[in-house]
Design a protein around this ligand. Structure first.
Ligand SMILES: Cc1cc2nc3c(=O)[nH]c(=O)nc-3n(C[C@H](O)[C@H](O)[C@H](O)COP(=O)(O)OP(=O)(O)OC[C@H]3O[C@@H](n4cnc5c(N)ncnc54)[C@H](O)[C@@H]3O)c2cc1C
Length: 438
């Protein structure tokens, strides 16, 4: 991965306060935001700054990307994408979003194995927190990383690859921004493919618990949406991968007792599906079916909060019953929940490290006080199952609990000490959850 371009250094320019995350619920602790458009500019900033954090597309809901001194945005100037068709990899600059990468790959005949619910997220920020899509066979988006180029605290450029750096690479891929400034990522790609998407309504919760494995295995990607009321899943989104040349089969009218929807739907009852990806079995390219929301639309104005919890798949039924038992506490503050599965991986800080997982997601109303009342109930209900939170969403689990869930944390701490001995890339979040026992 060679560094490119040498544009004039953009001096750190204070911008008008406040500097907020996408949802507007988190105000970063400084308004000092520098932009670097080349690796050389990143090196210069890193060498002349005591503490900094990089902002991706700011889609995290907590202080993971915060800095009290200096924020850095990797600029749009470096936009080159390198496709290596023979090696089946694509190398991207840190500023890129899935929304820009995916159509490019498709137009060149390639695809990624999976995508998150919306394409507006930065690739680097998503991989940093182990962002995931759904599918019992598919690892999170970070499992596609094959190599990473980053600037260490010393200003030195380092490349780690799956091929050459084995364990160290597995440790560094999900890094929560704590190892350095990522300037490029190489991702595994595969030939482009098509999917079709069908939605089923009102699947009884008993059916989900009784046939969980069969339901999760029934499509390339399965999402179960629910408000946890009335003992049912409100919508099941099935994304079926199509075999090239095979005749398109119409989806059955019934799915474990749930009837197939007769029109496109939004996961939130009553909202227009206009910004949702096409349903009703209409085939389309992977990047226009795997996300729930279309690239051309902003999914919402950010008027939401999110939390998400991972439990080992073997506890799925008990965990679902435990959350369903909280339905009356969830009702006032929940917009919608989504359950997905994620395959086990070998990435040290991934919530799915060595365990196939059920991810139970909550899109909350933008009412932090109400959400903070319900999170302890949820976390208590899920704690018997070794719950791990999504790193980029709201949670209040203790550092001690998190540390007990990550057996590779001491090894990751050694990586932090090696790459960043003085803690240049640490912030309150990193110090609390990753570094407090250093
Ligand atoms: C509407 C919405 C939908 C979502 N859907 C999903 C979903 O389907 N599945 C899921 O798992 N998650 C989902 N998320 C969560 C989201 O994917 C993660 O929070 C992800 O980390 C966001 O990436 P970002 O770049 O926007 O985050 P940021 O908050 O900008 O950054 C995240 C972390 O990456 C670090 N970072 C970013 N760029 C660099 C860099 N170049 N070098 C070093 N560190 C860097 C930051 O410092 C920070 O620690 C969703 C979030 C929203 C708001």
């Amino acid at each position: 991965m060679e560094s490119q371009s040498s544009l004039p250094v953009s001096s750190p320019a204070p911008i008008a306060p406040p500097l907020l995350n996408w949802a507007g619920n988190y105000r970063y602790s400084t308004t000092r935001l520098a932009q670097a458009d080349s690796v050389e500019q990143v090196q210069e900033l890193v060498q002349t700054t005591d503490q900094l954090k990089v902002l991706g597309s700011r889609h995290c809901f907590n202080g993971i990307a915060d800095s009290t001194q200096q924020l850095l945005s990797l600029g749009a100037a470096e936009t080159d994408i390198y496709l290596d068709a023979a090696a089946r990899t694509v190398t991207v600059p840190a500023s890129i979003t899935y929304g820009r990468l995916a159509p490019y790959l498709h137009s060149h005949g390639f695809a990624l194995h999976n995508l998150a619910s919306l394409p507006h997220i930065s690739v680097v920020g998503a991989c940093a927190t182990a962002t995931h899509g759904s599918g019992i066979q598919h690892g999170n988006l970070a499992t596609a990383v094959r190599a990473m180029e980053f600037v260490l605290a010393s200003g030195e450029v380092r490349v780690l690859s799956q091929e050459n750096d084995g364990d160290e690479f597995q440790g560094a891929v999900v890094h929560l921004g704590a190892l350095g400034v990522i300037t490029k990522l190489s991702l595994a790609i595969e030939p482009t493919f098509q999917l079709c998407q069908d939605v089923y309504e009102n699947l009884p919760l008993d059916q989900v618990c009784e046939h969980f494995a069969a339901i999760q295995a029934s499509a390339y990607s399965v999402s179960l949406f629910t408000d946890w009321q009335d003992q049912r899943i409100t919508q099941v989104w099935l994304k079926q991968r199509l075999t090239p040349g095979a005749q398109l089969q119409q989806a059955p009218p019934d799915f474990f007792g749930a009837p197939r929807a007769t029109q496109n739907l939004h996961p939130l009852a009553g909202l227009s599906p206009i910004n949702c990806t096409e349903q009703m079995g209409v085939p389309g390219p992977w990047h226009d079916r795997l996300p729930h929301f279309r690239l051309g639309f902003t999914p919402s104005s950010g008027e939401e909060l999110q939390s998400e919890y991972f439990v080992p798949l073997r506890h799925a039924e008990e965990a679902i019953r435990a959350v369903a038992g909280l339905h009356k506490y969830l009702r006032p503050c929940l917009q919608v929940s989504e359950m997905r599965t994620v395959a086990a991986d070998a990435l040290w800080l991934s919530p799915c490290y060595q365990q196939n997982s059920l991810a139970i997601h909550f899109t909350w109303k933008p009412d932090e006080a109400a959400v903070s009342q319900v999170l302890p109930l949820l976390e208590r209900a899920l704690s018997p199952f070794g719950v791990r939170p999504h790193w980029g969403k709201l949670f209040i689990l203790s550092a001690a609990h998190l540390q007990s869930q990550y057996e590779k944390l001491p090894a990751f701490q050694a990586l932090m000490a090696q790459y960043d001995p003085k803690g240049k890339f640490r912030n309150a979040f990193v110090n609390t959850y990753l570094a407090n026992s250093l």
